[in-house]
Design a protein around this ligand. Structure first.
Ligand SMILES: *Cc1c(COP(=O)(O)O)cnc(C)c1O
Length: 304
């Protein structure tokens, strides 16, 4: 084990409008590590081991300026004894935002590329150029999703949790975490992903990832595209009010990019009888709380 690990708790969540008597518990993997937040810890776990096994000394990855994945990789690399390089989308702006400041503090070497170049990040030629510039590295894809990451995400839940809940619900970005959850649930509990992105491509992405681990036969899951609030990193006053109220009611912070949208979705599904009567829901708190400081700096202390 290359990273510290604290055990997640399971906390009961109040459901205000609950005609079907749904029980909601939250699995607090946001607590698994002080700084390698939630699902990113699990996605990095086997990537770190693989990089070590293959003799690499440097990790290179990609992300936006507020990315949970960038900060997680920076901290994990430092803790596991790697150098790290972050290829950041867009222009450098000074002073650095809290996410990038912390990444730099952890020793990550930041390099900025234009939005146009950033789109090339999976092209072999682009990666060869990076190798020519920085020397050899272990490449962690954007968002950290690859087959090794999915293997880690399977460990977010165990057989007991799968047996005890009817639904396992998580926020979705790339779909790597959801794929791990679907794989582990193995058809026994229904897995629902609440997408933080606009569009309906994520079902297809998750199908591709399932096929990559030979589990395309699993069908007891879906992605909901109804709770993106305008798209990735977009928000509305209603979402912010929900997040602030959730904190007062449950004493649990949610982030505005992923977990806030997921919990809003769960409450809405419960209120509108989209979940089976008397069913039990396990909501995954995938972390992302580091993003709140930067969000508040940009938009004016919306989240309390
Ligand atoms: C990255 C992230 C997600 C999305 O995970 P994917 O595996 O990319 O779908 C969800 N929640 C939080 C808090 C994240 O940081």
């Amino acid at each position: 084990m290359l990273l510290q690990q604290q055990s997640p708790s399971i906390d009961p969540i109040k459901v205000a409008i609950n005609p079907h008597n749904i029980t909601v518990d939250m699995l607090r993997i946001d607590k698994v590590h002080e700084q390698v937040s939630g699902n990113k810890w699990y996605k990095l776990k086997y990537n770190l081991l693989k990089a070590k096994e293959e003799g690499h000394t440097t990790l290179l990855t990609f992300g936006g300026a507020y990315s949970n994945h960038i900060i997680a990789t920076a901290v994990a690399a430092k803790e596991a004894g790697f150098k790290s390089i972050g290829i950041i989308r867009g222009e450098e702006t000074m002073p650095l935002n809290p996410t990038l400041r912390q990444a730099t503090f952890m020793g990550m070497d930041l390099h900025y590329v234009s939005r146009t170049d950033y789109k090339l990040k999976t092209e072999p030629e682009f990666i060869n150029n990076l190798e020519a510039t920085f020397g050899e590295f272990y490449l962690v894809p954007e968002g950290g999703t690859n087959q090794v990451a999915i293997r880690g995400a399977e460990e977010i839940i165990d057989d007991t949790l799968v047996a005890n809940y009817d639904y396992i619900i998580s926020a979705v970005g790339t779909g790597g975490t959801l794929t791990g959850l679907i794989s582990k649930a193995d058809g026994a509990a229904k897995v629902i992903g609440v997408s933080s992105l606009k569009g309906d491509f994520l079902t297809g992405e998750v199908k591709k990832w399932l096929a990559s681990i030979n589990k395309e036969y699993l069908t007891n899951w879906k992605v909901s595209n109804a709770y993106h609030f305008g798209g990735y990193a977009k928000h509305t006053r209603e979402l912010i009010a929900f997040i602030n109220n959730f904190k007062i009611e449950n004493n649990i912070a949610l982030d505005p990019i992923y977990t806030g949208k997921m919990m809003y979705g769960i409450m809405d599904m419960a209120a509108n009888q989209k979940l089976e009567t008397h069913s039990k829901v396990l909501a995954i708190h995938t972390g992302g709380l580091q993003g709140i400081e930067g969000f508040n700096k940009r938009f004016g202390k919306l989240i309390v």
